[in-house]
Design a protein around this ligand. Sequence first.
Ligand code: HPA
Length: 277
Amino acid sequence: MQSAVYEKLKKCESCIRRVTDFTPRVAIVLGSGLGDYADTIRVAAQVPYGDIEGFPVSTVPGHDGRFIFGYVGDVPVVCMKGRVHYYEGYEISDVVLPIRLMKLLGAEILFLTNASGGVNTSFHAGDLMLITDQISCFAPNPLIGANIEELGTRFPDMSHVYDLGLQELIKAAAREQNIFLQQGVYAQLTGPSFETPAEIRMLRALGCDAVGMSTAVEAVTATHMGMRICGISCVCNLAAGMTASPLSHKEVQEAADRAAPVFKSLVTESVKRFGAI
Ligand code: HPA
């Protein structure tokens, strides 16, 4: 018997297939403030999330929801303009449904982006961080429940979530464009409250460099399905207790907007390089 989660996923797939037969190679998830990256894509088709039966629709301002199918250079991509977060109240299986859907549509590579708070004391607001590993165990595991055999194995290996080859290509793209790139471990907490200073000290002691409210559960799901994964985090602020100023969503969005031009060109140049592998 097919699980309800898989049935819903297949329904979403056929909704999209009624609109377009586009086959993406790379799936790109755009984080806070990066929504307008979609403007740099040569668009072939667009599907608003609201048109997909059963698809979770975001409630966060600044997260306009649609799939954009098109080309970055010659590389066929599907881009998620807006993601849904666990803190919005969705089941975790709905939070990761879009990742599963993009894989079913053909994407082999997943490029995750997000906004984060810097935990590493050598980071600065506005830095971009290549994600080298993650801490996902503070968020619910999206694979809990009957395993969906059609998608992957019961106990996926998590030794190399972030693909080393893709990391090298992103680093090469950054070098070529003189973009300074931090590297580190991203931790996902559920939010929506920002962390306390004590939680940030805990995360630092655990080896975390940046913290946010997305991404890691998506990477768990994509690992389950055997996708090659990479991620870049825009460190929008230093985390709680590291500066005198209180944190706000507005501040995060403004910082993401400021970093957007550099972030966009790094994503574009990286994706073009992925086309060669
Ligand atoms: N904490 C969690 N998520 C975030 C932060 C933060 O400081 N900044 C941007 N997203």
